[in-house]
Write a protein that binds this ligand. Structure first.
Ligand SMILES: Nc1ncnc2c1ncn2[C@@H]1O[C@H](COP(=O)(O)OP(=O)(O)O)[C@@H](O)[C@H]1O
Ligand SMILES: [Mg+2]
Length: 260
């Protein structure tokens, strides 16, 4: 469903991600891992046409369901984002408007993509929140972001991202700001979404434990290039390179029963 082919991504004509390739099938989960600055965010933002700072794909191609995304018009992007492909961020709270109630933002979001009355959109929002196991969706809709915990805000972000049952969900460090217990819950919920909706997921994480727990494929990045990649078992048990080994050693719980 997604194929990234030998892509180079540059900021102000300085190549930052070089010769990056990966492919993902329906229902698969891939993780991009690697230290800060290795280019993980750049890759997933390129998939959604949301590169900041004048970033551009200067070589290669990105195909979604067989069609190049790079030729998309602004109008095509608007229709694709939030529907076929959607994204969640490290702290969804930061994306939500601090002075607007969740429900106002959610209803407006739904109505930009679907012709619905406010009442219908509200009901759909509540239903999505409750699917993410947020108790009393109505109360959440009437809350301001600051009234919710980080974990709840992240569930709100995921609920919004899943509203239109995207085929591909891009998640940029979705659990990094959370405590370990909440992290584990969110990771499991994302895996359930994959099972329930058949969504493919690319998760960016610097936590190889999270990657190991949830992914079919792991791609290790270093300095804008792929330094190691393979299916989960190959990365965890194979003759990985020194850099991967260092990352593995940095995950204390790895090898135990639980990865996250
Ligand atoms: N908006 C931007 N303008 C210029 N350079 C950027 C921008 N965003 C990221 N970069 C550069 O791209 C490199 C990779 O960044 P990023 O993709 O955010 O890495 P990661 O997500 O792995 O931490 C960094 O060295 C950073 O300096
Ligand atoms: Mg990043």
């Amino acid at each position: 469903m997604l194929e990234i082919k030998n892509v180079t991504i540059s900021y102000q004509d300085r190549p930052t991600v070089k010769d990056f390739s990966m492919s993902l099938k329906e229902k698969e989960i891939a993780s991009l891992v690697g230290e800060s600055g290795s280019g993980k965010t750049t890759v997933i933002r390129a998939v959604l046409g949301l590169l900041a700072g004048g970033g551009r794909v200067t070589e290669g191609d990105i195909l979604f369901e067989g069609t190049s995304l790079l030729k998309n018009t602004p109008d095509q992007w608007r229709r694709l984002r939030g529907t076929d492909i959607s994204m969640i961020f490290q702290d969804s709270g930061a994306m939500l408007n601090p002075i607007r109630k969740i429900g106002d933002v959610f209803v407006e979001y739904i109505r930009t993509h679907e012709n619905m009355s406010k009442g219908e959109a509200w009901k759909k929002g509540v239903e999505m929140l409750e699917r993410m196991r947020l108790p009393s969706g109505d109360n959440i809709m009437r809350s301001y972001p600051f009234q919710l915990s980080g974990g709840m805000r992240q569930r709100v972000g995921i609920a919004m991202a899943m509203t239109f049952q995207p085929k591909l969900l891009l998640a940029d460090e979705p659990t990094s700001a959370l405590d370990v217990t909440t992290q584990a819950q969110i990771v499991r919920q994302m895996m359930e979404l994959r099972d329930e909706y058949g969504t493919s997921i690319i998760i960016v994480t610097h936590n190889l434990g999270v990657a190991a727990y949830m992914s079919d494929w792991i791609i290790v990045m270093k300095d804008g290039r792929i330094s190691d990649s393979g299916d989960r078992d190959a990365i965890l048990n194979g003759n990985h390179n020194d850099y991967t080994r260092k990352l593995l050693e940095a995950v204390p719980s790895l090898g135990g029963e639980r990865y996250v």
